[in-house]
Design a protein around this ligand. Structure first.
Ligand SMILES: Nc1ncnc2c1ncn2[C@@H]1O[C@H](COP(=O)(O)OP(=O)(O)OP(=O)(O)O)[C@@H](O)[C@H]1O
Length: 312
């Protein structure tokens, strides 16, 4: 075990009073594994992840009790600068919507190089080469062009691949992925999940995957942690959870899912066929990419307009 979360309580101070988001969360993450955190909306999955990363909103949220041991060291006792270093080097997090994490005004290459700076002291040439290697590692097409592109010039799936590249830039021991494919088309979802799984096997980075999709759990998880109302109600290997769920909530969750044969050849070949089809679709979608080389100022104003439209 390299991460152990013990009796974690995180509360929010709101105008309506104290919200006890998580109350006594316990689980561990073995090295090199994929652990899926599942549970209904509002059960405390994201708050658990943000507590681990030290990324809770400072003024409202407070970890009131517990320990988060990373290789035996309690993250909750670290200074902000120690925690920042841990975040850059030992653990990273990717979110549902990559656009919220990428800076719209900076090229992908610049942003990957900035991520590299946190963990390594590289010369300019070396850092550029490493950024290129990372883009290749996440199977992005035309990697040289991707490095020069701005986030809006990429498809959603490509942006999530960039986030994975940035997350893995400093070879962290843990990558937390909070619903990383929910915002993507189904075919692209399968591709991104396949990539995460392949990279876990290649790099040895453990993954904590937050998802509400039990099909994804069946396909990806080594271990499963089930949350309900701010508490962990059950944890075990993926086989234990699917074959012999002990808690009534887990049983209800499983009963509500479409039937799934875990790790059966059927599902794997299904995902593989989606993956092949998706690669072609994603490449087809990318064609306009060539046409839209914009100056930075143009791009920022377009992005501002785009945001206004979104808010309406
Ligand atoms: N900023 C906040 N202010 C107040 N309460 C919050 C805040 N963020 C989360 N909470 C509370 O914490 C609880 C757990 O939220 P969390 O986002 O961890 O749920 P979740 O399991 O990740 O849900 P989802 O699957 O919908 O993302 C919520 O029910 C909410 O009451």
């Amino acid at each position: 075990m390299f991460i152990e979360i013990k009796n974690l309580h995180t509360y929010f101070h709101t105008d309506q009073g104290l919200v006890k988001s998580i109350q006594g969360v316990n689980f561990s993450i073995p090295a090199h594994s994929t652990t899926c955190l599942v549970g209904e909306s509002g059960s405390g999955k994201s708050v658990t992840a943000l507590s681990m990363m030290g990324l809770l909103p400072k003024k409202q949220a407070e970890v009131v009790q517990g320990e988060i041991l990373f290789d035996g060291q309690d993250l909750l006792k670290m200074s902000p600068s120690q925690l920042r270093q841990m975040r850059g080097r030992e653990m990273a997090m990717i979110f549902q919507e990559p656009m919220t994490s990428l800076n719209p005004g900076l090229t992908i290459g610049y942003q990957i190089q900035e991520a590299l700076k946190i963990g390594q002291d590289l010369g300019k040439k070396e850092s550029r080469q490493r950024a290129l290697d990372l883009v290749k590692m996440v199977d992005l097409p035309r990697p040289e062009k991707i490095l020069k592109a701005y986030p809006h010039q990429l498809s959603g799936g490509q942006r999530q691949r960039v986030m994975i590249a940035m997350g893995l830039a400093n070879k962290p021991k843990l990558l937390i992925a909070d619903e990383p494919t929910t915002a993507l088309d189904v075919t692209i979802q399968a591709q991104v999940l396949c990539l995460l799984d392949q990279l876990k096997k290649k790099t040895g980075t453990a993954i904590l995957l937050i998802t509400h999709d039990l099909g994804v759990v069946a396909e990806m998880a080594d271990y499963v942690v089930v949350m309900f109302h701010g508490r962990v109600v059950e944890r075990g290997t993926v086989f234990e959870i699917f074959d012999q769920p002990a808690h009534p909530y887990t049983r209800a969750l499983l009963a509500a899912r479409p039937s799934i044969n875990i790790h059966a050849d059927g599902i794997e070949s299904h995902v593989e066929s989606i993956r092949v089809q998706a690669s072609q679709e994603e490449i087809d979608q990318e064609e306009p990419f060539e046409e839209i080389w914009l100056s930075e100022s143009h791009m920022v104003s377009i992005f501002a307009n785009h945001q206004e439209v979104d808010h309406d």
